[in-house]
Write a protein that binds this ligand. Sequence first.
Ligand code: AP5
Length: 222
Amino acid sequence: ALGEPLKVMISGAPASGKGTQCSMIVEKYGLVHISTGDLLRAEVSSGTEIGKKAKEYMDSGKLVPDEIVTDMVVSRLSRQDARERGWLLDGYPRSYPQAQSLEKLNIRPDIYIVLDVPDEILIDRCIGRRLDPVTGKIYHIKNFPPENEEVARRLITRSDDTLEKVKLRLQTYKQNAEAILPNYLNLLNKIDGNRTREVIFQEIDSILKKVEENSSSSVQLA
Ligand code: AP5
């Protein structure tokens, strides 16, 4: 492509389908997927200092302190692969100070996608979610059961996917989401996330195609 590599932010409540859509976007567009939840869970499971601090916040459904998360994201964004292939930022910014940190560094996306899903569905999606620790694939006991027994046997449940913790995470999301929107109003694309993952992806795909076309035509004009 003639244009700059794509820069995408994806947001939405817990279990709105961010991770699921990100893996489909990555497969087609080759962007570098930066998920703050995944980065933090990796720190927790390798028992680092950051992981030890982050765990108590994650387990109580609260946001991990901004400095910790912002340092992680900024250093990941500045790596060469992200600059060359473009990036897909999942779960960040999640608070007003986080959004301001990016503004200060002049880091802006081409598009800001929000997945919109009703609360009662979010809760069912969280409770039924299972992860494959080998492939990183996201399953759901009813919606997307594993392909075979071997995969089924190794699936794990996230420690914050209990009913009680999901409610706290949802509350945290609602307290913070509105504060970020003004920064990205002109880039905002709210998408109905209560449809099949294929239909949702089709819509995201057509939005990203348009963004790519616009950026390559503005390069040609320049
Ligand atoms: P994070 O990992 O980001 O969790 P989250 O925002 O709660 O989002 P989830 O990962 O739960 O859901 P998702 O939207 O990716 O949905 P998924 O595709 O898996 O953050 C975890 C914690 O880390 C936070 O609570 C916080 O403590 C900390 N943290 C992270 N970022 C931070 C930040 N910036 N600042 C401070 N702290 C931070 O789908 C969910 C389920 O639904 C799956 O089972 C899936 O199979 C199913 N599903 C998906 N799509 C569909 C569909 N279309 N139809 C039916 N089922 C579907």
